[in-house]
Design a protein around this ligand. Structure first.
Ligand SMILES: NC(=O)c1ccc[n+]([C@@H]2O[C@H](COP(=O)([O-])OP(=O)(O)OC[C@H]3O[C@@H](n4cnc5c(N)ncnc54)[C@H](O)[C@@H]3O)[C@@H](O)[C@H]2O)c1
Length: 276
């Protein structure tokens, strides 16, 4: 039997990078996957790739920061596939700057995408994750499903990082959020873990000079890391190389899998050993 057979998985920000790799890996391991992204075309293209490989997927485009969208996304997933097992709060972007020049908007937008949106997604998952578990518990039955939330953190959150006061704060915040969900919903059979990545080769960590952007509130925010800082960043770990998006996805599946059935509130570091 496949590890995620009979599982319905929602991955936010799954049009590219780590989210796309996770969506494909979940599908390879038997899950029906809902691929969300801000950008519709990349999300559709991930769905086509999954279907071409014989898997099952459905795209729901939209922004996880938009009022009402978390509820609509999860209702759409349940309408399509009948239930929810795994929610991966992966969507994100950077808006870096040094503390002394950072604007309120830069701070708030990063808090919004990396902490407020995951909180709203989890709250919107209440009827599909907490409630069935609560009913099973009240009936004295064993939990019928593997129900899990995975949040994404970062070495910037665990250790701090120059130029990322907003992102580092948000990515540590998500660890507190993860532990609290684990404590509130554990009795209802819902696990909640975080996965903290080091330097993974995606658009987020490619040279800033490439000029790739994300549109946030009508502004184009350049993604990436300045070329001068990149080499230092990705050799600063015992494996001495960046991670791939598939390796990052592997960490997400490890923590979501029924094999981690007694693991909750944990932050798994998928960093090539950075910071040990
Ligand atoms: N790449 C790394 O080295 C690294 C390290 C630590 C943590 N992370 C985290 O991993 C996650 C994935 O990042 P990635 O490296 O794959 O980046 P990426 O830029 O390749 O992919 C992020 C995806 O999220 C989507 N997105 C952004 N805002 C969204 C919104 N409001 N609603 C829906 N989708 C949205 C983007 O369109 C994009 O497709 C992020 O949370 C990021 O902070 C990445």
């Amino acid at each position: 039997m496949s590890l995620f057979e009979n599982h319905v998985v929602v991955v936010t920000g799954a049009g590219r990078g780590i989210g796309a790799a996770a969506a494909k890996l979940f599908a390879q391991h038997g899950a029906s996957v809902v691929v969300n992204d801000l950008d519709a075309e990349p999300a559709e293209s991930v769905v086509r790739e999954i279907e071409d490989a014989g898997g099952t997927a459905h795209a729901i485009a939209g922004s996880v920061t938009e009022d009402g969208f978390p509820e609509a996304l999860l209702a759409g997933a349940v309408e399509r596939f009948g239930k929810l097992n795994v929610l991966v709060n992966n969507a994100g972007f950077l808006w870096d700057g040094m503390l002394h020049t950072m604007t309120d908007e830069q701070w708030l937008r990063i808090m919004e995408i990396h902490t407020f949106a995951p909180f709203r997604m989890i709250r919107a998952a209440t009827p599909y994750l907490r409630e069935p578990g609560k009913q099973e518990r009240a009936a004295g039955e064993p939990f019928a499903e593997n129900r899990v939330i995975i949040n994404i953190s970062s070495t910037s959150g665990l250790h701090g990082n120059v130029g990322q006061i907003n992102y580092a704060t948000a990515k540590m915040g998500i660890v507190g959020l993860t532990k609290t969900v684990a404590k509130e919903w554990g009795r209802f059979g819902v696990r909640c873990n975080a996965v903290a990545f080091g330097f993974i080769d995606t658009r987020m960590t490619r040279p800033k000079e490439d000029g790739e952007t994300v549109e946030v509130g009508g502004q184009e925010i350049v993604q990436g890391i300045p070329e001068a800082a990149r080499g230092r960043a990705f050799t600063n770990n015992p494996l001495g190389r960046p991670g791939t998006d598939e390796e990052a996805a592997g960490g997400i599946l490890m923590m979501a899998s029924p094999l981690a059935g007694y693991v909750t509130g944990h932050t798994l570091e998928v960093t090539g050993g950075a910071g040990i």
